[in-house]
Design a protein around this ligand. Structure first.
Ligand SMILES: [Zn+2]
Ligand SMILES: [Zn+2]
Length: 254
């Protein structure tokens, strides 16, 4: 397997040393793709960015058949061209496109949910995702479709497929149409409700024509690399999807 979503110390919210990550990955005998955070024009007014030249300079020597260098970009409509330029400029193996902000609201921040019903905020989240997935034609995979479920402040935070079908299907159709894949983010897979809902989402992806998924732990600590990968494999089997990873921006089969 390849863990296609890992943050080391180049990401502002991780202190992981690459060396520790490599030690852990070697112990598990899995490949790894490093995907540092780049969130331009974030609602808080700051760019969450990193020194990409230094990233390649420091990590280039660790690249191998089992270690790839990628990036996770935060997709928003106000920075498409800036992101495109960066992706074109550097030799990334893999690009995750993620929604960390919806219509100028930080999804991580509990204040963003104040005074809004679940359906109101989730619809805002999914419409941003629909718009971005259509326009970000230079990503490889859509990251954590259930990101909002980690931080929303409602009693039920799940992205219930039937409730948001209209939006989710549009996201999935746009991905398939643009030849992009979806990530299975393993962060929430121990949660039974999350698992049940996600199986519905990935089944819909298959129905709509999706064939491939990347699998990523979103690890910010070495010990989290490869977390819940057996559950992710089960989703692949249940939904008949093939796990893949990317090298030199090309899909590779596992
Ligand atoms: Zn993310
Ligand atoms: Zn991430």
């Amino acid at each position: 397997m390849v863990d296609s979503h890992i943050h080391t110390e180049f990401s502002s919210d991780s202190e992981m040393k690459l060396q520790h990550g490599i030690e852990h990955g070697t112990k598990l005998d899995i490949g790894m793709t490093i995907t540092e955070h780049l969130d331009l024009k974030f609602p808080t007014g700051t760019d969450f960015t990193f020194d990409i030249d230094k990233y390649f300079k420091d990590y280039e020597k660790y690249k191998s058949s089992k270690l790839m260098l990628g990036i996770e970009i935060g997709m928003q409509l106000n920075c498409i061209e800036e992101n495109r330029e960066i992706i074109n400029k550097y030799p990334f193996d893999y690009v995750i496109g993620s929604i960390h902000a919806a219509d100028g609201e930080d999804i991580f921040n509990p204040k963003s949910y104040e005074g809004k019903s679940k359906s109101e905020f989730f619809e805002q989240y999914f419409s941003s995702m629909v718009d971005c997935v259509k326009k970000y034609d230079f990503i490889d995979s859509l990251g954590h479709i259930d990101y909002i479920s980690r931080y929303a402040t409602y009693k039920d935070n799940e992205i219930n497929y039937l409730e948001f079908k209209e939006y989710i299907d549009e996201v999935l159709k746009a991905l398939v149409h643009n030849g992009k894949v979806m990530e299975i983010n393993t962060r929430r897979l121990k949660n039974v409700e999350a698992y049940k809902n996600l199986v519905q989402v990935y089944s819909a992806y298959k129905q709509i024509g999706g064939k491939y998924v990347t699998i990523g732990s979103d690890a910010h600590y070495a010990e989290d690399i490869g977390n819940n990968f057996t559950v992710a494999s089960r989703i692949c089997q249940v939904c008949d999807l093939k796990p893949v990873y990317f090298k030199n921006r090309k899909m590779e089969f596992i």
